[in-house]
Design a protein around this ligand. Structure first.
Ligand code: ADP
Ligand code: ZN
Length: 597
């Protein structure tokens, strides 16, 4: 038998367990009942996957969402794990095959919906297959105290009497202490061990921005993160459609998602997002539950959510892979009024609570206390404040001397011969991989990428100020070219200083770049990402299942040349190495030799 750590390294290619994972796994394998409260992205899945792999025995996983089950099972299979699922999304034959594999002892991880698991015949099959552990994902769904009670879950309470000797592992990302107690009671757990991880998501940057021209702000925000996957939440179906249209008009790969769309369209949009054919999803809060995509880089709320719980859950969909990610909210007091009027129609006692929740959310948005501190304390956790990664803590000082930025811009214009429009110059400054820039070799200029600490919107804004001050002019016409006036020379020679305001109409992507831990080759990363997308299409799975962003970044940073070198990177397990290793090595080599030409 392998140890849990050996399984972790061999199958998943990760070096070490995180947080309470190892203790949870040991407790479960030792036969204890466990309740674990871990935030999104903390790595709950490994807690039940590793016991199945290390023991090579059956672990049953109860999960409410078929889409999520399918992605997990597909991913596990790619990694050589004997995983299967049984649910109404599969046809009779598929389910029958799974049952016979189960009887033959060929299944180690079996995912099932709660209503299926509780069928007597099914429980018997599971029992005679020698089930060692039952894991209950989204365990808060069993509690009426939770915010997401599901009737199908309540029957899980009978598991204890039906399979008295099988330990249970209940996992959730959202539960108050009352809900935790209730989970234990409903499942009849015996002296369960409780594991509670901090709710903090240190990789998420929180920012709240006054809503002015929402449509422009949204387009600007999304456009300045052109390579990133993101979710934009809007309140109504109509707003979803409008924002989607705005983004599409701006040339952004965006699709809408809401309850009024046909199920087939919704699942097509969702798949497109998972495969990275669609960069941005604009959605009502109907979207998200069941989205396991690990590299969502931002969640942008176009409206204030109705509660801090909702806000935290929705923003939590960003950055599951632990890489720097953003949660931005466009706030206006009018949103609060709208929320209040929406909830006043319902049942009065519910309405009272709902109003209170909305007011707390608005208070949070208007406050000038560290966002992280407020959020964590709302969930009963202490935090000292000054997190250094929220708008309140970072709030970019309104710099008034912008001479260095102006010099950078003037040099860049000089280097490109003053033959281009504003948009092109800005692209060079921020280091865009635009094909025209590459063709003209402008990616080799010393000013290329030198202005990446401002986003495009901030550059546009600064250029406007420099025009007003008579440093720059535009030739006008259909293809306006940006030109320098004489006095720019004085600035470059440091004879004159320039004053200006750096706009922070929307949080810029810079906060995240500063945080970026690994220094990797961005062009190579994009190249590897394209390969990942192609493989995902061949395998018919979401992109992140092939390799996560972290793993691709590590490849782009260390540029391994051998399979052994590749295997050392976090996220490269045995099966994926033999399946995809050569192709990724080939792509790295190809990129390297092209770069040398
Ligand atoms: P949760 O279900 O708690 O939201 P997941 O199980 O989806 O979280 O894990 C989040 C991400 O973290 C996944 O990409 C997973 O592969 C990764 N991960 C989990 N545990 C580890 C670990 N010990 N080392 C490295 N990455 C891990
Ligand atoms: Zn803070």
């Amino acid at each position: 038998m392998e140890t849990p750590l050996e399984s972790l390294r061999r199958v998943f290619g990760y070096g070490a367990f995180r947080g309470p994972q190892e203790e949870i796994i040991n407790a479960s394998m030792g036969g204890d009942d466990v309740v674990a409260l871990m935030p999104t992205g903390a790595g709950k899945s490994l807690c039940f996957q590793i016991p199945a792999i290390a023991l090579q025995q059956l672990v049953v996983v109860v999960s409410p969402l078929i889409a999520l089950m399918k992605d997990q099972v597909d991913g596990l299979r790619l990694q050589g794990v004997r995983a299967a699922m049984i649910n109404s999304g599969q046809n009779l034959n598929q389910n029958r095959e799974v049952m016979s594999a189960l009887a033959a002892g060929q299944v180690n991880l079996l995912y099932a919906a709660p209503e299926r698991l509780m069928q007597s015949a099914f429980l018997e099959r599971v029992s005679s297959a020698g089930v060692r552990l039952i894991a209950i994902d989204e365990a808060h769904c069993i509690s009426q105290w939770g915010h997401d009670f599901r009737r199908e879950y309540s029957r899980l309470g009978e598991l204890r009497s039906r399979l008295p000797d099988v330990p249970m592992l209940a996992l959730t990302a959202t539960a108050t202490p009352e809900t935790m107690d209730d989970i234990e009671k409903q499942l009849h757990l015996r002296n369960p061990r409780r594991f509670i991880s901090s709710f903090d998501r240190p990789n998420i940057n929180y920012a709240i921005v006054p809503k002015q021209k929402a449509a422009d702000q949204i387009v600007e925000f999304v456009r300045s993160r052109e390579d990133d996957s993101g979710i934009v939440y809007a309140m109504t179906r109509r707003e979803v459609e409008k924002i989607t249209a705005d983004l599409k008009r701006a040339g952004i790969s965006a699709e809408g998602y809401h309850g009024g769309m046909a199920a087939s369209v919704r699942s097509r949009v969702q798949e497109g997002f998972l495969r990275e054919d669609v960069r941005v999803i604009v959605a009502t809060i109907a979207f998200g539950m069941g989205i396991d995509k690990s590299n969502v880089r931002y969640v942008l709320h176009a409206n204030m959510p109705k509660s801090i719980e909702g806000y935290y859950q929705e923003t939590g969909r960003a950055g599951r892979d632990g890489l720097p990610s953003e949660a931005a909210l466009l706030y206006s007091r009018a949103d609060l009024m709208r929320c209040l009027s929406l909830v006043s129609d319902g049942d009065p006692s519910y309405a009272k609570v709902a109003k209170q929740k909305a007011r707390l959310m608005a208070e949070f948005a208007e406050s000038v206390t560290c966002r992280r501190k407020t959020l964590l304390e709302y969930f009963g956790e202490k935090h000292g404040g000054n997190c250094g990664n929220c708008d309140v803590c970072v709030d970019a000082p309104k710099s008034d001397d912008v001479t260095d930025l102006a010099v950078m811009l003037f040099r860049c214009m000089h280097d490109t011969g003053q033959k281009f429009g504003e948009a092109y110059v800005i692209k060079v400054l921020v280091g865009s991989r635009d094909s025209r820039i590459l063709e003209l070799g402008h990616d080799r200029l010393s000013t290329y990428g030198s202005g990446a600490r401002l986003d495009r919107g901030q550059w546009r804004n600064l250029i406007r100020q420099l025009m007003d001050q008579g440093f720059l002019r535009s030739t006008g016409g259909d293809y306006p070219v940006l030109k320098m006036e004489k006095k720019c020379g004085d600035v470059v020679k440091e004879l004159q200083r320039v004053q200006g305001v750096i706009s922070d109409a929307m949080p810029s992507a810079k906060a995240r770049r500063i945080q970026q831990a690994v220094d990797y080759d961005a062009a190579l990363f994009e190249h590897l990402r394209a390969l990942r997308k192609a493989i995902a299409a061949e395998e018919n799975v979401p992109s992140y299942i092939v390799f996560g962003d972290t793993t691709l970044m590590l490849m782009a940073a260390s540029r391994p040349t051998t399979l052994a070198g590749l295997r050392l990177l976090s996220g490269v397990g045995e099966a994926k190495l033999s399946r995809y290793g050569q192709r990724f090595l080939g792509a790295i080599q190809e990129h390297e030799s092209r770069a040398q030409e």
